[in-house]
Design a protein around this ligand. Structure first.
Ligand SMILES: [Zn+2]
Ligand SMILES: [Zn+2]
Length: 347
């Protein structure tokens, strides 16, 4: 209780020494041996004591900066990275991409981190996603252009690199850096498999597969496993008889895996046509082209969706069919068991 955790930070600034200008990124004073950058100022924040409020007054001014060599180096790093990544450069335009990456690298520098050794496409997009905005807002020049802060004075520089950062700017940078680290971890983690949402039947209502593989990065993008499960699995309501099971008095709730969801969209409804499309895809993915050809010629097996099968087994007093590891395993097992010559009790 003796100290205030929200005590504001006063930017640490100093008067510029003769002939120098502030570095547009880190804010330290730079002598006259480097190029000058001029930015337009279109507004100035002024305090109106009579009203006790601040407002932005329109102005037409310019303010000049230089750039110290450590900050200039980050420009070269951004340029080289994008030359090596023509796809990223083409997506944003080289100049725009370089500017965005440079701001993100400035954000890292403000936190005391060097540019990453490996700047591949995934790392560059993660940097742009998480640190371009807080990095750009943290630069010394952001205090002056396009709107000059009430306490910004062009005759000053930062006392030492990045000493002008406020508590809020540091917090925004740390938050962006935390998201960048989480992104890196997600990229190297093994791809998780996601079961249907908690509380629902734990397999695809049609093919019966119990989990779907997604990238760790995708889980991260959805904000965690719970949301990712809801995104990957498509909720559906159906009567078991459309899946080859018995007709029931009311519809039941289930989920479809992405493949069965896709086939259901193509067929227009949960049912035999969608199940056949999903079954054919499962056969093709296992290279079982002979069975695909025979189905094409009309030898369509009687398909029972996992939820239809499950329900009929349960109604007969037997335990529910467990989720499949591979799509349509419950059909394959049933067909194998039903083969008469394999059954010693059939004679
Ligand atoms: Zn600098
Ligand atoms: Zn499925």
């Amino acid at each position: 209780m003796s100290t205030s955790p929200t005590k504001p930070t006063v930017p640490l600034v100093a008067t510029l020494f003769a002939g120098s200008l502030a570095c547009l990124a880190c804010g330290q004073g730079v002598p006259e041996d480097s190029a000058v950058t001029t930015l337009d100022v279109t507004g100035r924040v002024v305090f109106l004591p009579a009203l006790g409020v601040t407002k932005v007054q329109a102005v037409e001014e310019t303010v000049t900066f230089r750039e110290c060599w450590p900050c200039r180096d980050r420009d070269d790093v951004a340029h080289a990275a994008l030359v090596a990544l023509p796809g990223v450069a083409a997506r944003y335009g080289h100049g725009n991409a370089k500017h965005r990456l440079r701001l993100a690298l400035d954000g890292l520098a403000a936190l005391g981190h060097r540019p990453p050794d490996k700047l591949d496409a995934a790392e560059v997009s993660a940097l742009m996603r998480h640190l371009t905005i807080p990095g750009g807002s943290a630069r010394w020049a952001a205090r002056f252009a396009p709107v000059m802060a009430a306490d910004a004075d062009p005759a000053t520089s930062a006392l030492h690199p990045w000493s002008h950062l406020t508590t809020e700017q540091r917090a925004a940078l740390r938050e962006g850096y935390g998201a960048l680290l989480a992104d890196r971890v997600a990229r190297v983690s093994p791809p998780p498999r996601l079961a249907p949402p908690e509380g629902d039947p734990q397999a695809c209502a049609m093919c019966g597969v119990g989990s779907v593989e997604v990238s760790a990065a995708e889980v991260h993008c959805h904000g965690g496993t719970v949301r990712a499960r809801e995104h990957v699995w498509r909720p559906v309501r159906f009567n078991a008889h459309v899946l080859g099971g018995p007709r029931t008095p009311s519809a039941q709730q289930g989920n479809l895996c992405p493949v069965c969801s896709d086939e259901t969209t193509k067929a227009g409804a949960v049912g035999a046509e969608a199940m056949e499309g999903s079954y054919l895809r499962a056969l093709r993915s296992e290279g079982r082209t002979d069975e695909v050809a025979s189905i094409r010629q009309g030898a369509v097996p009687r398909l029972i969706g996992w939820a239809g099968h499950d329900l009929s087994e349960t109604s007969a007093g037997r335990p529910p069919v467990p989720p499949n590891e591979k799509p349509w395993e419950h059909i394959l097992v049933r067909r194998r068991v039903a083969t008469p010559c394999n059954s010693p009790s059939s004679t």
